[in-house]
Design a protein around this ligand. Structure first.
Ligand code: 6MZ
Length: 354
């Protein structure tokens, strides 16, 4: 399906030469959620099979609810606020809850980013939340994803294990143990992430697990200050976990900004996601401008190409398109940004071995 929204408009404003420039630029996608990145055609196939399968009573999500979410995704979801976004996932999760469906979805996501004449990226760190379903344990879930990822080799694709803000101690312990075990077995597990509804949970609960992950040689990335409602106290707590990278970091106050600048922590920037979730009103006032001015490390990322109908090439087009559609950066500036993403890969960071 063609992309739509701000990234599509930016792409239309570029010359064919500029588009080729972006397509051939070596770049790393470091912030893509598996279940938010499934191509709509594949999700539609999975939905058709789901609707035609088992009687309704055994289904976690009704056929009508599945149809409604597929329609929304096809037409383009309109979000009044970021919390609306998380309502999409029960239906998507119902469609990826068996090993074979999850394998198909993962294969399609990897192919979307890494195959073709001009792959979207040179290297992908795909992230996903280990999920227990009637058909899979969390370890089996991750093994299914890794089974697909392995085909590309660690120089092209690696896995980040996401911890959802709604998880409790028991599930966190299980996720951490499995992530460490898989890494010790030589699987390309390179990091852990904190994600999920930005207003859920108490982040202090997560400290010991992120400490333990770091000790095990895993990179740490945290969704942080994604909404205006995230309190400063929480942002400072998360920064005290000493993360290697940060997701979004949209609402850092002066104190937090100072810490991030001093540590030179890479920020994963998801332009379309922020605009469509309405945490940033337009590209022209996105916090990326501050980081570009300071030469602060950033990585341009897609977040969830399924609901946001974007692509990594589209996100780079937002950098290059003339204002007000984009930021009007030169080729040299865009190249420098792409290089930063490559330098911020967990596989290449000191202390994190694949
Ligand atoms: C926070 C997000 C997110 O892990 O099941 N997720 N968490 N902020 C965002 N910004 C828009 N986008 C996605 O992929 C889906 C999960 O990723 C997280 C949510 O927890 C969502 O359930 P996986 O593969």
């Amino acid at each position: 399906m063609p992309i739509a929204g701000p990234a599509a408009e930016a792409l239309q404003a570029l010359t064919p030469e500029q588009i080729i420039f972006i397509k051939t630029l070596p770049k790393a996608e470091l912030h893509a959620h598996l279940n938010g990145s499934i191509p709509i055609s594949v999700l539609q196939e999975l939905a058709r099979e789901y609707v035609a399968s088992a009687p309704l009573s055994s289904k976690s999500v009704s056929n009508d609810a599945i149809r409604a979410v597929i329609d929304d995704l096809l037409n383009g979801v309109t979000l009044d606020e970021i919390s609306d976004f998380f309502g999409l996932f029960p239906a998507i999760y119902a469609l990826t809850s068996t090993p074979s469906a999850l394998a198909r979805a993962t294969r399609a996501v990897l192919s979307l980013f890494l195959d073709g004449e001009y792959p979207q990226c040179t290297y992908l760190e795909l992230r996903t939340t280990p999920r227990e379903t009637p058909e899979m344990t969390r370890e089996q879930y991750l093994r299914v994803v890794l089974g697909e990822l392995r085909h590309y080799g660690v120089q092209r694709a690696a896995l980040i294990v996401s911890l959802d803000r709604r998880m409790g101690n028991e599930v966190l312990r299980e996720c951490l143990d499995v992530a460490k075990k898989l890494k010790a077995d030589g699987e390309p597990v390179v990091g852990v992430d904190l994600c999920g509804d930005p207003m859920a949970g108490d982040v202090e609960l997560f400290r010991e697990y992120f400490d333990e992950a770091r000790d095990a040689g895993l990179g740490v990335t945290l969704h942080i200050a994604e909404t205006k409602q995230n309190p400063t106290r929480e942002t400072l707590q998360l920064l005290s976990f000493s993360p290697d990278r940060l997701g979004h970091a949209t609402f850092l106050d002066e104190e937090a900004q100072k810490i991030v600048a001093e540590r030179n922590t890479c920020i994963e920037i998801c332009l379309s996601s922020n605009i469509l979730c309405r945490t940033v009103s337009a590209i022209g006032c996105h916090h990326i401008r501050h980081h570009l001015k300071q030469g602060h490390p950033i990585a341009i990322c897609t977040d969830d190409v399924l609901p946001f109908r974007t692509s990594l090439v589209g996100e780079y087009a937002l950098l290059m398109a003339p204002k007000p559609l984009g930021l009007g950066l030169s080729e040299a500036e865009v190249k420098a940004v792409a290089e930063m993403s490559m330098q911020s890969r967990f596989v290449s960071m000191a202390g994190v071995k694949s």
